[in-house]
Ligand binder design. Sequence first.
Ligand SMILES: [Zn+2]
Ligand SMILES: [Zn+2]
Length: 361
Amino acid sequence: MSQIKAAVCHSFDEPLRIETVDLRAPNGSEVEVSLGAVAVCHSDIAYAAGAWGGTLPAVYGHEAAGTITDIGASVSGLAIGDRVVVTLIRACGECTSCAAGSPTICETSYNGDHGPLKTAEGGVLHQAMACGAFAEKVVVEQSQVVKITADLQFDAASLLACGVITGIGAVVNAAELRAGQDAVVIGCGGVGLNAIQGARIAGARRIVAVDMTEDKLEIAREFGATDTVLASEGKPWRAAKKAMGRGADAVFVTVGVSAVYDSAPRYLAYGGKVVMVGMPKSGESSTYEPVMMSAVNQGMVGSKMGNVVIKRDIPWMVDLYEQGRLKLDELISGRWRLDQINEAIEDTKTGAARRNVIVFD
Ligand SMILES: [Zn+2]
Ligand SMILES: [Zn+2]
């Protein structure tokens, strides 16, 4: 058992509180990781606002990197002192999804109420997303971590846990975009910028970025967008199609806004598909015209965490970064201490930030 500092959510839509909490030692195939960095993701903010419900009090945070400081008795292939990326992708390895190579949709449920965290008084403290990384340390399953080299800094590495794999994986794994195809990316935040660089890496012909502000479109061009469209213009799909000279083979919706899902199929070419990445609040709905799907082979497909297999995909992304072909440092717009987490969250909410990262000494 160790006592650690964590940012705890006691009621939805209230600031997180920095408290000392209990973290039990790793059992079985679990590892304890002392964090070097954890990024603030829009999913953490949506959870803390109550968008998807869940038990309180809770510790959010799921985009992390650090050093293994303890291991359970049956851990294999990892040792104390290893530097790792920590993800929320807890995969049992035994269910049908895991066996079929889709660990991001593992069917074995996990109840964070019975996880390694407790309040200092011994009460229930929910480990959100099987991670709870807004804290000095986490205890997670070994399936959730991937070893990284000594030269990769923790702040850059933390981004590989969610935003980067979600964006690039949506392009490479979910859309299976081929060289020469055309892509539209709606939303140029942390995930959108990675979908843009994923499309560049995949060899897309045109990559059209769509967002609400010129500032974000400027950043999108730095990440590889060939064309940009302001979403505030009426019918932005018209300008996007004009830029491509046709419709898109794939449209990536990276924002959790139902109204954006309503219009996403309008950007498509015949045979194209909408890849659904952004997560609107539970209970919201969207509409589409089924005749377009059946008449011209268009489709919609969901993509959880970029459909990645972390031990395959994170090492190749690290290699691309080391070759200078993948931008990570440029994604970080601010570095904060754990006790500044509410400021980091407020800055992220403005929509102007790329990724804010909490760093630990
Ligand atoms: Zn995330
Ligand atoms: Zn599974």
